[in-house]
Design a binder for this molecule. Structure first.
Ligand SMILES: [Fe+2]
Length: 311
């Protein structure tokens, strides 16, 4: 990967600003079964995009599933609100000579021509596209021309509101990850958590007014940490917890209130033990607001009690 120059300073928020996390790709040893688990959780239909690629698609929450290393997230996708903004961002990344990669055919069919990808220091693919509502692309079809396969689902008559909002990864190189997402991709740094000696424990970055759409936690391994859905209010936290109870999915952590981000939350585990978070009241920040620094400790993670310490 070649990076000749950092993102221009001061940061021009129009280049990345308002890009939102839209999709996360989960690899696992039984992609269809994992997709069906999320379909039941979210009430969204399962769509077969390719012989071994499945999508669970809600209005503002997309997930992709394919067979691969268990409990991994090899790709995350951010969507711009307009094609012009996507094109300007792509032009900028080409100017700084960041390597841009084509995407898999089923993703090209899904997102249309306005799609490219980059690789972060942990070799995760970060895809940039245009929000589906802003495109005129037709529904995807299998490469061989077969129609979509939509499986049965327990979708409720009124799908529950839960917008795909952020992804967090575990990494053995938090400094390099922060520098890439902030200085190369142009995310804004919102908060960092540091040890007493100044070492970076975790970093939270935003691509719109919401406190973070991506974060990295220091860990003794590299991999996904969790994904989160943002809910409209505290009552929705109750309703989703009740829904998980109905599905006999136990709460894994919470409810609580994160110190960093100030959001209310609870977490569950999917069949691989990968964490899924439901959140509300995530802090809203201005584009030019400077980052804050937190001491590494439980209160950064949960003001209400126990904390999940990654390192
Ligand atoms: Fe989170």
């Amino acid at each position: 990967m070649t990076m000749l120059s950092p993102f221009p300073a001061p940061f021009a928020p129009t280049l990345l600003w308002n890009a939102r996390l839209l999709m996360i790709e989960r690899a696992t040893d039984d992609a269809k079964a994992c997709a069906q688990w999320y379909s039941q959780l979210l009430g969204d239909p399962v769509i077969r995009l390719a012989p071994d690629v499945w999508q669970v698609r809600g209005t503002d929450r997309w997930m992709l599933f394919r067979t691969g290393a268990k409990k991994t997230v090899p790709l995350i996708a951010f969507a711009f609100q307009t094609h012009d903004q996507w094109a300007s961002y792509r032009t900028h990344l080409k100017l700084i000579e960041l390597a841009l990669h084509p995407v898999a055919p089923e993703l090209q069919a899904l997102f249309g021509e306005a799609t490219f990808a980059v690789r972060d220091p942990d070799n995760r693919t970060v895809l940039f596209c245009v929000a589906p509502s802003a495109t005129e692309s037709t529904a995807p079809s299998l490469p061989d021309g077969d129609p979509l396969t939509i499986t049965g689902t327990s979708a409720p008559a009124e799908p529950r509101t839960a917008r795909m909002q952020h992804f967090v990864c575990a990494s053995m190189q938090t400094d390099a990850m922060l520098e890439f997402y902030r200085d190369v991709l142009g995310f804004m740094e919102s908060d960092r958590v540091v040890d007493t000696d100044g070492d970076l424990s975790s970093a939270f970055v935003r691509s719109d007014a919401e406190h973070h759409s991506f974060a990295v936690f220091r860990a003794p391994h590299t991999g996904p940490d969790h994904q989160a859905y943002e809910l409209p209010n505290w009552n929705a936290i109750r309703d989703w917890a009740d829904h998980c109870g109905d599905l006999e999915i136990p709460l894994w952590w919470g409810p609580g209130r994160h110190g960093v981000g100030n959001n209310l939350f609870f977490m569950i585990e999917d069949p691989d033990g990968y964490k899924v978070e439901f959140s509300t009241e995530l802090e809203i920040m201005t584009p030019d607001q400077a980052y804050r620094e937190w001491p590494h400790g439980p209160r950064a993670l949960n003001l209400w009690g126990n904390a999940w310490m990654r390192s």
